[in-house]
Design a protein around this ligand. Structure first.
Ligand code: PBG
Length: 326
């Protein structure tokens, strides 16, 4: 440091908005946002999701209208979750050619061939028990048997037009199994975005209402990660990359900025962060009560996720933020 006379004054670069913008280190870009959508059977449906104000369950015809804004705002892509008509022990609608996701993919791709569509691969929306895999008679999820189903679902989505396969179940060995299945079917060019560090989190609660996917017994702690752990995220991510993951993910985002930072520093690979339902609904609720300003809070939240090291941000606020950024 020099002798008292302040040669360096950080405030000098904050004296106008032009200067601020010139030296800004982190800039949000809507083309790096992914907007999640819930899609369901039926016609002309836009069912409000009570726990996520401003979000809806769309029928396919309504989703086709809705994604026009995704395209016009130059948002990177969409992530689809299916709300099926039919649930059973093995979640059979998830891999049926006429399943909700397969039908939606065909309709979207016909109308908007250039729209990037990512599909979440998991069984919890489709199983009668609400767990992310096949369950034995003691109610435990059977890892290796579940892998066969995940591979089948992934191939079915990719054939129906999915651009990226995103397994969110957290079974061990799923990325390798899915990669091999895609390659065997001539789908070697379809990337895998793996939910590589997915924590067992209280912030998924509103989503489970939206997708009707709460486990009917037990919880997901035997397959999702313990939020007390950080080294484990390195291990889970290293395994997924080794098995062929193209994009890694941290989920949730806000309480896990340290994990985002650590994984980006360690792996230098494309990293997505999932700004989950609870993070969305907290701001919505506080804004409704007048406790904070929604637009400012949203931009600060998304910028913090990017500053921590996320390349891609999956957020229910994607459209809202893209409009603010302009
Ligand atoms: C499916 C899945 C969940 C979310 C994304 N994929 C729910 C869960 O794991 O319980 C949560 C997304 C959100 O909260 O926005 N396994």
């Amino acid at each position: 440091m020099n002798s008292g006379y302040p040669l360096i004054r950080p405030r000098r670069l904050r004296s106008s908005s032009k200067l601020l913008s010139l030296v800004r280190e982190t800039v949000l870009d809507p083309s790096k946002f992914i907007m999640p959508y819930f899609v369901t059977h039926g016609k002309s449906l836009r069912e409000p999701i009570e726990s996520m104000p401003g979000q809806f369950r769309y029928s396919i015809d309504e989703l086709l209208k809705e994604v026009k804004s995704v395209i016009s705002l130059n948002i990177g892509g969409i992530l689809l979750f299916g709300v099926p008509e039919h649930k059973d022990e093995s979640g059979s609608e998830s891999y049926s050619d006429n399943g909700i996701i397969q039908t939606t993919l065909k309709a979207l791709k016909e109308e908007y061939p250039d729209l990037l569509v990512i599909t979440d691969v998991c069984m919890c929306d489709y199983t009668s028990h609400g767990h992310c895999g096949i369950v034995d008679h003691n109610g435990r999820v059977k890892n290796d048997e579940t892998l066969e189903y995940l591979a089948k679902i992934s191939v079915s989505y990719a054939k129906a037009g999915s651009d990226i396969i995103a397994p969110s179940d957290m079974m061990d060995g799923r990325v390798k199994k899915i990669r091999e299945a895609l390659d065997d079917e001539g789908l070697a060019d379809i990337p895998i975005m793996s939910y590589s560090s997915k924590y067992a989190s209280a912030f998924y609660e509103p989503f489970r209402d939206a997708a009707d996917s709460s486990p009917k017994f037990g919880n997901r702690k035997s397959y999702q990660m313990d939020y007390s752990n950080s080294d484990e995220a390195i291990l889970e991510t290293a395994l997924d990359l080794d098995e062929g993951a193209d994009i890694i993910m941290v989920k949730p985002a806000l309480s896990y900025l340290d994990i985002i930072y650590r994984l980006k520093q360690t792996f230098k690979r494309p990293l997505a962060a999932y700004n989950v339902s609870g993070e969305y609904s907290m701001i919505k609720a506080a804004a409704k009560l007048g406790y904070l300003k929604e637009d400012a809070a949203v931009l600060e939240m998304l910028t913090s996720i990017k500053r921590a090291g996320a390349d891609i941000i999956i957020s229910y606020y994607s459209l809202y933020a893209a409009k603010l950024i302009g």
